[in-house]
Design a protein around this ligand. Structure first.
Ligand code: SF4
Length: 343
């Protein structure tokens, strides 16, 4: 990896297969490919949105990056270092530099600790500060995320969902990380509170020069925070592009279908929804060829037998679909009919 690329995190061909066992000897009879050959990168100061339906593998990707789960294959590099080979002090430095904000602010905070103690825990564990200085850092963080420093001795149950997520963000910031993985950080919150938390994350990104991996099932949420966006379906990345191109020129039928389900802010604008028939297939028996072919409205015979290779249709815009040709960057043939926006 070339350090001049300013790449902070690079994920290469990451895989996680969960074995399925049977019988009293727990013989492995199958495996669930939760994450299959996933590759992407995040530059310093950048936000990558990772979008897909529940169960598509996006949270497993985050757990692998954080080393909360063992990979079945592939590599993850953070600041050029192989994350899966880190030990001792280098692993501690990685843990300090990469923090996480979980989906559920109710279960991610220890109910027996005051919020001051929760935020101060990492500061003490990493030897950043002690005593009065540690408390000062925590009080500043509370104020920075929009809470009063006087809340230091209060407990998580005394706060609303939005306030708890602010506490979780303060905890993530306490170690001055370079990358924060936000795993559905607003999906458990009311819509009005979602906007406040998204604005806070955007401000903090600027102030602290942070990078985010922002995981969500909601494209409208991701649009507000992301520089680039990737879609995942059944463990695979199906499309990745810069945010502007992603919303103005989506090419993968799955992306087009997801975008067509988004509400438009202008009621005069109309759009034709792209309906996906049927359910997501069982991950125990993924479809042959393109995994999306059982639901794809424009699938062709080739899709049932041949796995589509990713194709870079323009700089940084990669699509995994047989109908997308690098020689024909405009949506070709049947894909053009899927266009969902009408004036
Ligand atoms: Fe649909 Fe075929 Fe493209 Fe898969 S490869 S998304 S089935 S058109």
């Amino acid at each position: 990896m070339n350090s001049t690329d300013n790449i902070l995190l690079e994920v290469r061909n990451l895989r996680k297969y969960f074995p399925v066992t049977s019988g009293i000897f727990s013989r492995v009879v199958n495996s669930v490919k939760a994450v299959d050959n996933v590759s992407f990168h995040i530059k310093a100061g950048e936000t990558l949105g990772l979008v897909g339906e529940s169960g598509c593998g996006k949270t497993t990707v985050s757990r692998l990056i954080l080393r909360l789960a063992e990979p079945s294959g592939g590599e993850v590099y953070f600041e050029g270092e192989d994350v899966f080979k880190l030990r001792g002090d280098r692993l501690r430095r990685f843990r300090k530099n990469v923090q996480v904000v979980f989906q559920d602010p109710y279960s991610s905070l220890n109910p027996r600790l005051s919020i001051g103690s929760i935020i101060a825990e990492g500061i003490g564990a990493h030897g950043i500060a002690r005593g009065r200085k540690k408390r000062e850092i925590v009080e500043n963080l509370l104020e920075r995320v929009g809470l009063s420093a006087g809340y230091y001795n209060r407990y998580p149950h005394e706060f609303s969902g939005g306030q708890r997520q602010r506490i979780a963000i303060a905890r993530a910031l306490s170690l001055s990380p370079r990358l924060i993985i936000c795993d559905e950080p607003v999906s458990a919150l009311d819509v009005s509170i979602q906007a406040q938390i998204l604005n806070l994350l955007a401000e903090l990104k600027k102030d602290f020069n942070l990078s985010y991996l922002f995981i969500s099932h909601d494209l409208a949420v991701v649009e507000h925070v992301s520089d680039r966006i990737a879609t995942m379906y059944m463990g695979e990345i199906t499309e990745i592009a810069g945010a502007e191109e992603f919303y103005s020129r989506p090419l993968h039928p799955y992306t087009i279908a997801l975008l067509s389900a988004n509400l438009l802010p202008d009621p005069k604008q109309k759009k034709r929804p792209v309906i996906l028939r049927g359910d997501v297939p069982s991950p125990l028996a993924p479809p042959s060829g393109c995994r999306f072919h059982t639901r794809c409205p424009v699938a062709e015979d080739v899709c049932r037998v041949k796995w589509p290779e990713p194709v870079e249709v323009s700089a940084g815009h990669v699509v995994r679909c047989h109908l997308v040709d690098r020689e024909a960057p405009a949506p070709p043939g049947p894909l053009a009919d899927l266009t969902f926006n009408t004036a």
